[in-house]
Write a protein that binds this ligand. Sequence first.
Ligand code: NDP
Ligand code: 2IT
Length: 450
Amino acid sequence: MANNAYEALVKEFMAKIIAKNPAETEFHQAVEEVVESLVPYIEENPKYKAAKILERICEPERVILFRIPWLDDKGEVQVNKGFRIEMNSAIGPYKGGLRFHPTVNLGILKFLAFEQVFKNSLTTLPMGGGKGGSDFDPKGKSDNEVMHFCQSFMSELFRHVGPNTDVPAGDIGVGGREIGFLFGQYKRLRNEFTGVLTGKGREWGGSLIRPEATGYGATYFAEEMLKTRGESIKGKVVAISGSGNVAQFATEKVTEFGGKVVTLSDSSGYIYDPNGIDKEKLEYVMHLKNIKRGRIKEYAEKYGVEYHEGLRPWGVKCDIAMPCATQNEINGDEAKTLVDNGCYVISEGANMPSTPDAVNIFLEARILYGPGKAANAGGVAVSGLEMSQNSLRLSWTREEVDSKLHQIMKDIHATCEKFGRDGDFIDYVQGANIGGFVKVADAMMAQGVV
Ligand code: NDP
Ligand code: 2IT
């Protein structure tokens, strides 16, 4: 079939998705990127077409929407929206993070849940896909307020989740503190100590390396991509965005591999440190962000480096870019600037950080572009390992978990190469989309029309 015939099929499919899910722009974007890869594959494998796998995989199995009322420190009643998208359970219980951010809405969580289905399949572990969260803004809230909010959130969510049903974890705005409050409330309501959440503290069922996993994994993925060109991270200049969980541990691992991280950011702006963010400076960032809950601008004041208010770091000259903040944080112009400045490796720690224009620029430039569902799968992979340890009622050492994570990232790279190699170029978008799809689609076929 000619390319324009595929394009027509994608257009026809997307028209239906948009009509059925109006105003969910991020969901449309995530679906279109996957469908562009899958349509030719499905035309070659018509059994999936007859079973309407594509139509089914784009429809969540279940969407739960709920009210979260809570009392703030002044005794005033606050109300937030709560969501859990149970997208696909063909290969395991629903699995995916919770996001607490004022921008959260149905379309954003559906895009994240959709991506999660393919990502979880790529990890090789038995996990379905889900995502949830709230429009609650943790910024400026006291620990007490966050706790009251989390307790109210779980007072509804507990009926829908469980270690064999749906296992949430962290995402933007949800880290160790929030997982603790959520777990405490679940345990109290169910009178059960189980692995209902991952990202737990190490003393109460958490896995070693889970906090590090997404950032480490995205760095391992970058290293694997570089290996295909006989290169490594050593000596490379790296621009990272964000300064939260993923950005922090990407910085740690890149530095350990001999790379130099020169930028970090938050939603207010970015810092540029040409000497590199070394171990000691990273410790400062971790304290600033995880304990003091301050702004990245304070780094610039402390170390006397440049701070660029309201800007993203993609104008800085680098070899490798690792977007680790949020969706659509690299647009077409920024992608062009990156490529023009010599950047030739993108490893996405965030979910869907590159707009469709940016993705096209990376693919046309034939650089090493690792999309989020492959590059950031290390986080959920170690969540899967946490679930295994909870079921076995034992805990593995740091070295054991890290070496399993490393192997999983290598395997994901190999899957992308298998489905995405085109002569001397690897199209990791194609590789990740098809590689993630096949296992889920075959499981759906085997389980009948459910
Ligand atoms: P955190 O909440 O720990 O950190 C988020 C960082 O991104 C902060 O620096 C935040 O800045 C910045 N950020 C958030 N929203 C925006 C925005 N709209 N514009 C600009 N900057 C923003 O989250 P994580 O590090 O956990 O998550 C980062 C990304 O990685 C997300 O895309 C997430 O989905 C993805 N991811 C996370 C995984 C995990 O295990 N945690 C696993 C796989 C992917 P500020 O403080 O100013 O808001
Ligand atoms: O986007 C993601 O993969 C995550 N936020 C982690 C999900 C998980 O269940 O660990």
